[in-house]
Design a protein around this ligand. Structure first.
Ligand code: MRU
Length: 360
């Protein structure tokens, strides 16, 4: 999926706000327009916003390379990018990695070159992680079956292949996928607009359902497993993902259907002992009050619109990352997988994030 591409002077992104009706690309040539694209979900999904922000630092360095204070100017653009969305930790890991490179660069031109090479590496790492997660996740399926997913954890949410959807793509390739069920994912419809678009493009049969129909589907026995992505995973396995993931996990548990999270190690936050301190983004009331340009709530209604919820670890059957399938008790394996990892070091210095110690 052509989620994002560096053109040599700008970051070209597919405008996900317009899908599935129109395929429109935006060239982000300055940090302000890229930050706005992230904030308004033109580019979205935890790994994709990390990658977009990494390329944003290249845009900034190219812009400021001639200035004697290029380091301060790029650092201030990094803070702008870090302020766009609070929940997906991939954003902070990517920016933290870029900031270390900026600090070690002798001049603006060299900083731009090194930041670009680092952003390109992150994109390659993302694609490699997706492939590995797809294979490990598909290994969990015993026989041909149907799978339910929530939101969009596909190519559009990553560098081009996906996390949860990488499993569906691989299952399809192995002839194991009967039907993909996609929750529509109110209020912004990432499931019906984006997941269904991606899966249909790949020739995969997809059935869209209202979020409120998921429990009925699960209890009917039509689905063998649920796979979703994640925006941030705490040390004990508690997982923040798109709003509606927690009730889906509850319904899967009640129906006896395994519930899997699929996420690369750049989605793990080794500083959060559990999910209680994960920052949950609250979004604009208009997203709930309107659908497109039509009002769908009575004038004067109040709105509760958290973009994410946190699923407690005891509802998660396993977490699939690029290195392993992690099962309860999650804490020890997550500690081993993230110990000494670059992301732990980067995070202790992450822009826009609280400075906290790593969990033991
Ligand atoms: O608000 P969004 O669309 O950015 O939320 C995206 C999700 O919740 C995804 O499930 C998550 O980022 C995982 S993407 C591989």
């Amino acid at each position: 999926v052509p989620t994002l591409r560096w053109t040599g002077e700008s970051l070209r992104i597919i405008d996900q706000r317009k899908l599935p009706g129109r395929t429109v690309y935006i060239d982000c040539r300055d940090v302000g327009s890229l930050a706005e694209a992230i904030r308004t979900l033109a580019v979205r999904g935890a790994p994709a916003i990390g990658l977009a922000a990494a390329y944003g630092t290249v845009i900034s360095a190219l812009h400021h390379r001639g200035s004697s204070s290029f380091r301060d100017l790029v650092a201030s653009d990094i803070e702008v990018l870090a302020s766009t969305r609070p929940t997906a930790v991939n954003l902070f890991i990517a920016l933290s990695r870029q900031r270390s490179i900026l600090e070690a660069s002798p001049d603006g031109g060299e900083a731009a070159r090194r930041l670009l090479s680092s952003a390109d590496s992150m994109l390659e790492e993302d694609l490699a992680a997706s492939r590995a997660m797809g294979a490990l996740g598909a290994d969990l399926l015993g026989s041909r079956c149907s799978i339910l997913t929530h939101c969009n954890a596909g190519g559009l949410a990553t560098g081009g292949l996906g996390t949860a959807l990488a499993v569906l793509y691989e299952a399809h390739r192995r002839g194991l996928l009967e039907m993909a069920y996609a929750d529509e994912t109110r209020p912004l419809l990432q499931g019906s607009r984006l997941t269904a678009w991606e899966l249909r493009r790949a020739g995969i049969p997809v059935t869209v359902l209202p979020d409120s129909a998921a429990a009925s589907l699960l209890s009917s026995g039509a689905v063998a497993a649920v796979f979703t992505g994640a925006d941030r995973i705490a040390c004990n396995g508690d997982t923040a993902n798109k709003i509606g993931t927690y009730p889906l996990a509850l319904a899967a548990r009640a129906a006896g259907v395994p519930f899997y999270i699929v996420a690369p190690l750049t989605t793990f936050d080794p500083r959060r002992p559990d999910g209680s301190s994960i920052p949950v983004e609250q979004r604009d009331a208009g997203e709930v009050l309107r659908c497109g340009s039509s009002a769908v709530a009575a004038r004067g209604s109040g709105v509760f619109n958290p973009a994410f919820d946190v699923t407690p670890n005891h509802l998660i059957s396993a977490i699939v990352c690029e290195k392993a399938v992690i099962r309860a008790p999650f804490h020890e394996e997550i500690r081993l997988l993230t110990a000494g990892m670059a992301c732990a070091t980067f995070l202790s210095n992450a822009p826009g994030e609280q400075r906290e110690g790593l969990c033991e």
